[in-house]
Design a protein around this ligand. Structure first.
Ligand code: ADP
Ligand code: MG
Length: 384
């Protein structure tokens, strides 16, 4: 693979040694959107787009990182970890910072890295990079860290050092992914289980709307507040055992919220139904019924667009084009909303036609070009 050759020869050129290679994937989320902060379920999978790191240990305390894609270098020391003006370096430094809160590292680190994950498209290139560094140090210095704690460590690095308040899904999915399996993750307990989504006969296709509306972050905060307000109303009637929407049923919403607070009802009902859809979707996958699973993706999109109201015209158009195509099993917007990608399950024999139709119709209807990415479900962060 091109990127592996590039980083290996750059590593040899810079450090005069043969590196250890790490592959750390991005992720998709099949269903379960805006459920994580409501202590619900998500259904992510690691994909075959990844960050690749060529790494080696050092005899001194120095840190020497090279970003091959950005053609940028960072040099520093284990004994003086602080935020860098080079944004990308903070993802590596954040992980080292977290490890040093728990143990002392015997030496520094050399890294040359590059990747195939489109940056900032919602495929979690940041989590892939963090996990790659955690697994690299764990491997090189035999730190004995387990995989779930490493994912949590990567999340803390992003929260505390980079300063992004992400949940656990991205790091968890990138670290814990398995080929041909999705991960059912309970965001309340962190219990997880795998369900089969073998890629025979079809592909996951991401259609990038190429828009990012400025509404995204304010509306995200508003949705969180609306969910909390809905929970507070139910709690006042039912009791303190209701801590989050995870504890709320449609029956409770119908009784205490629907007529009193119609807007909060729409928001909360979406989340409660999305969790149910996800659990039913897992049952579909276990039964090998991908068609039924695909229908639930369409229902998820409908809920996100009409009830939760976090879609946008461009995402709705992409979903509409997919729904009309006979080769598509299911499609929905993926991520926080107001832009980014849709995720589509597409029959292999219809791939070329679907992609041509999306390109043409999206341009006709929005005046924008779309960007398509095909992917498969692969293993989580590992030494190559
Ligand atoms: P994403 O949705 O892809 O995780 P983020 O904004 O969370 O988007 O993280 C993207 C950041 O991660 C980039 O701005 C950069 O700092 C870093 N990054 C990701 N991929 C690469 C790469 N291939 N080379 C250098 N830095 C990268
Ligand atoms: Mg990210």
């Amino acid at each position: 693979m091109q990127v592996l050759e590039t980083i290996t020869s750059a590593f040899r050129g810079t450090f005069g040694e043969t590196p250890t290679l790490i592959q750390s994937p991005g992720r998709v989320n099949l269903i379960g959107e805006h459920t994580d902060y409501n202590e619900g379920f998500v259904l992510p999978a690691a994909i075959d787009k990844a960050i690749y790191l060529a790494v080696g240990p050092r005899n001194d305390q120095k840190l020497h990182f090279v970003s091959a894609d950005l053609n940028s270098t960072y040099q520093g020391s284990l004994t003086d970890i602080r935020r860098s003006g080079k944004g990308w370096a903070n993802y590596l430094l954040g992980v080292i910072d977290q490890i040093q809160k728990e143990m002392s590292l015997p030496g520094g680190l050399n890294v040359v890295f590059g990747g195939t994950i489109p940056i900032g498209s919602g495929l979690s290139s940041s989590a892939a990079l963090e996990n790659g560094v955690a697994v690299a140090l764990n491997h090189l210095y035999k730190l004995g860290m387990e995989r779930v704690p490493m994912a949590l460590l990567s999340q803390r690095a992003e929260n505390q050092f980079v300063g992004v308040q992400c949940g656990i899904m991205d790091q968890f999915a990138s670290m814990m992914g398995q080929e041909g399996q999705v991960i059912k993750l309970d965001c309340r307990s962190l219990e997880y289980a795998y369900a089969p989504l073998a890629m025979d006969g079809f592909r996951i296709v991401l259609c990038d709307s190429r828009v990012k509306h400025s509404l995204a972050s304010t509306e995200y905060n508003t949705r969180r507040e609306e969910c909390e307000a809905g929970v507070a109303i139910v709690r006042a009637s039912v009791g303190d055992q209701v801590r989050s929407l995870r504890d709320v049923t449609m029956d409770m919403l119908n009784r205490y919220v629907r007529d009193q607070e119609p807007l909060l009802y729409k928001r909360c009902a979406y989340v409660v139904l999305e969790n149910q859809r996800l659990l039913n979707g897992v049952a579909d996958l276990e039964a090998g019924n991908i068609e039924a699973f695909g229908q639930r993706m369409y229902e998820s999109h409908e809920g996100l667009s009409k009830w939760y109201e976090v879609s946008c015209p461009e995402l709705d158009i992409l979903e509409d084009i997919a729904r009309a195509h006979p080769g598509v099993l299911g499609a929905r917007m993926m991520g926080g909303g107001f832009g980014g990608c849709t995720i589509n399950l597409v029959r292999e024999d219809a791939l070329a036609d679907f992609e041509a139709v999306v390109q043409r119709e999206y341009l006709e209807r929005t005046g924008q070009e779309t960007l398509l990415h095909e992917c498969r479900i692969e293993a989580g962060t590992h030494v190559v």
